[in-house]
Structure formats: structure tokens, C-alpha cells
Design a binder for this molecule. Structure first.
Ligand code: NAD
Ligand code: 89V
Length: 344
């Protein structure tokens, strides 16, 4: 295909992965970057050889000359930047968390719909090789109809050194990490009727919760548990692996630490290594996430070419975002929250 030209806003910690991935993606390249921090703008511009550099997103959009924008800033600026892109009718990718509130998220989806532009949330975890492998086994009917699941991310990894802002917000693990795990639960077991959650803060030097246990009632009738923790010290650090257990009418799936996928049914048990690739620019243990960044960005280009909605479109992501809001509401009230009522 003729190459698409992209602009990236936000040249921080995670954008480096996105820039590397854009170099690998077939059919697109980044032609302009923007960051209000001059040092970060220079570092990324020099590293990736991007000449067009902007301190102000308004100036970037006013100059134009690109087919899509990749917003890699933190959440505070997402609504204003997505609405700016909609105003200029530029197809948009927006990092997670999509928004600060469900009201903002809805407004962003509505603005892009009114402008007639595609909007994809950079919700990359469902694109990880092991998660795709679980989805495939389930789709093939190997364990029949799933009735129970567990999606677990428990770690003691220091995420605060790379992302210091994570220690500062009133909300932490559900908004930042649980959002991915909840999205995986939706991706694997489908949409959700009600959410019930309990949270804790174990680490005294951060502001938000670092442990959450969430119960989901899926529309299919399946029940699942999403449990996330950054306060869990283990003999073998699993960061950033999501471990999955699924029980179905005809068998079970277990995605265990070290990227091992075990499927048990009437034919016996098979174990497959579903490790992610170590891309040339990637490093352990982040390579699982880094490969999924490449995969979602390739998906962005491929679906744009076909004119087909993205797997994690803004509309789709409202349903994941409602689980985040619902989990916080449930943790505060002690009640189960009706997710469909939130989305009405
Ligand atoms: P960061 O603070 O390191 O970088 C953000 C950059 O955006 C900064 O350089 C800042 O100056 C710039 N910025 C903010 N507002 C701006 C504006 N209005 N105009 C221009 N520049 C602006 O943050 P980060 O750790 O790179 O995280 C960015 C986003 O990526 C967050 O939403 C985070 O949750 C997400 N993230 C996603 C993953 C994933 O796997 N999907 C992993 C890590 C972080
Ligand atoms: O994916 C993320 O948003 C990251 C991390 C994996 C560290 O939680 O913040």
C-alpha cells in the first residue's frame, strides 16, 4: 500500500516503543513529532531522525501533512488532543487509559464519530502472543463452552522508576494495569453484566491502590476473577505476564508463568510454548508488551486500509473503561455495579 504518514504526540517513556514499532510496521511511517518538553522532543527526534518537531499540538495540526495521529501522552491531555484531532478530521490512536472519566470517553467517541474518523485505543495487551494463543484455542472449541476464568497479574516489579506518575494519582492499579487485564477478560469471555471489586494499598509510599480483586459476571453466563497486584513478591518475578485459567464444558486452559499454554480435554493434555518474539529493539522482560505494540500498530494500518473497525476501537473500549469505573465504584460502595446501566 502507499505509505501512510503519521504524527506522534508525547515523546515520553512509552513512546520510544511506539516509535520503534512504527519503524517495523508495514505501510506507515512517522513524519512529525510533538512534545511540550523540549528535551524529550530533541531526544526522540534525534534518535529516530524526525525533522518536523513541535512543542504545541495546535501548531502540529495547523501544519498538517499527515494521515493519522498517535497520541502517546498521559491521560490528562487525551480528551483535548482527541477532540483536536477530530476537529482536523485526522484518524486517531489514543493511549490507554482512554480518559479520566466515562463521560470524557463518551465525548471523545462522539467527537470522532461526528467527524467521521476512525478512533482506536492503544489497548495492546490483547495483542500479546500468549493472549492471542489462548483466544485461538478457545475459538477452536477445544475446551467447549467456558464457564469460569481467572485473569491474574501479580508482581513486585518496580514500575515507579520508569513511570513515577504512577505513584502520585489517587487511582493506580485498576486504572493503569487492571484496565489491560479487564480488557483481556472481555476479549476472552465477552462483555460483562456486573462488576464487584475490593481494593487495597499495601505500598505506603504510593497514593493509590496497588491490589485489586474483581469479580465479573459475563453476559455468556461465565464468571471470572481479575486479580492484579504490584505488592506481590515471588521467587520468580513474572512481570509483565498475565496468567490465565479457563474451565470449559469439555476441558481446561492454563496459561502459566514462562509463557506455557496447557490445554486439557478428552484427548489428553498438550503443552505449547507461546513465548513472545524478542524484536530487534526489544528487551526482557518488556518484550511481551513491546511485541504487542508492534502488533496493534500493524493492525491499525491494516484495518485503515480495509476500512474496517479496529479491535480496540473507541466504541469497544468504552466497555472496558466502564469496567474500570465500575470496579472503583464497587470498591467504594461495597455493592455489585450494573455495567450495562453505566453504558446506557
Ligand atoms: P510520560 O510522562 O513518560 O510521557 C508523556 C509525554 O507526553 C511527556 O513527555 C509529556 O511532556 C508529553 N505531553 C503531555 N501532554 C502533552 C501535550 N498536551 N502536548 C504535547 N506533549 C504532551 O508517560 P508514559 O509513561 O510514556 O505514558 C504515556 C501513556 O502511555 C500513559 O497513558 C500510559 O498509561 C501509557 N502506557 C501504556 C503502556 C502500554 O503497554 N499500553 C505502557 C506504559 C505506558
Ligand atoms: O501497561 C502499562 O500501562 C504500564 C505497566 C505495564 C507498567 O503497568 O504502565
Amino acid at each position: 500500500m502507499t505509505g501512510l504518514k503519521g504524527a506522534l504526540i508525547g515523546c515520553g517513556f512509552f513512546a520510544i516503543n511506539q516509535m520503534h514499532a512504527w519503524n517495523d510496521v508495514d505501510g506507515a511511517k512517522i513524519v512529525a513529532i510533538c512534545d511540550r518538553d523540549p528535551d524529550r522532543l530533541k531526544t526522540v527526534g534525534d534518535q529516530f531522525g524526525i525533522e518536523r518537531r513541535y512543542h504545541d499540538a495546535n501548531a502540529l495540526f495547523a501544519d498538517g501533512g499527515f494521515d493519522f495521529v498517535d497520541i502517546a501522552t498521559t491521560v490528562q491531555s487525551h480528551r483535548v488532543l482527541v477532540e483536536m484531532a477530530a476537529h482536523h478530521k485526522v484518524p486517531t490512536i489514543c493511549q490507554k487509559p482512554f480518559a479520566k472519566t466515562l463521560t470524557d470517553a463518551r465525548a471523545m467517541v462522539a467527537a470522532c464519530r461526528a467527524a467521521g474518523i476512525p478512533l482506536m485505543v492503544h489497548e495492546n495487551f490483547r495483542w500479546q502472543t500468549p493472549i492471542q494463543a489462548v483466544h485461538k484455542v478457545l475459538d477452536a472449541g477445544s475446551i467447549g463452552t467456558p464457564f469460569w476464568g481467572r485473569f491474574s497479574f501479580r508482581s513486585g516489579y518496580d514500575v515507579f522508576s520508569g513511570q513515577p506518575y504512577l505513584a502520585e494519582g489517587d487511582r493506580f492499579i485498576i486504572e493503569d494495569l487492571g484496565i489491560h487485564t479487564l480488557d483481556i477478560a472481555r476479549y476472552i469471555l465477552g462483555d460483562v453484566l456486573t462488576v464487584t471489586a475490593r481494593t487495597k494499598r499495601v505500598n505506603p509510599s504510593i497514593k493509590g491502590e496497588d491490589v485489586a480483586t474483581i469479580l465479573l459476571d459475563h453476559e455468556s453466563g461465565a464468571t471470572s476473577i481479575v486479580d492484579v497486584s504490584y505488592a506481590t513478591r515471588l521467587s520468580r518475578e513474572p512481570f509483565p505476564e498475565t496468567l490465565i485459567e479457563l474451565d470449559g464444558s469439555e476441558g481446561t486452559i492454563r496459561l502459566t508463568q514462562g509463557y506455557q499454554l496447557e490445554v486439557t480435554n478428552a484427548n489428553g493434555t498438550t503443552t505449547t510454548d507461546v513465548s513472545p518474539k524478542l524484536l530487534s529493539w526489544a528487551s526482557r522482560p518488556w518484550h511481551n508488551i513491546q511485541e504487542s505494540v508492534y502488533a496493534i500498530q500493524q493492525h491499525w494500518v491494516d484495518q485503515l486500509k480495509l476500512g474496517v473497525e479496529h479491535s480496540t476501537s473507541g466504541t469497544d473500549n468504552l466497555k472496558t473503561f466502564a469496567l474500570v469505573e465500575g470496579a472503583y465504584e464497587s470498591a467504594a460502595s461495597g455493592q455489585a455495579i450494573d455495567v450495562r446501566a453505566m453504558l446506557r
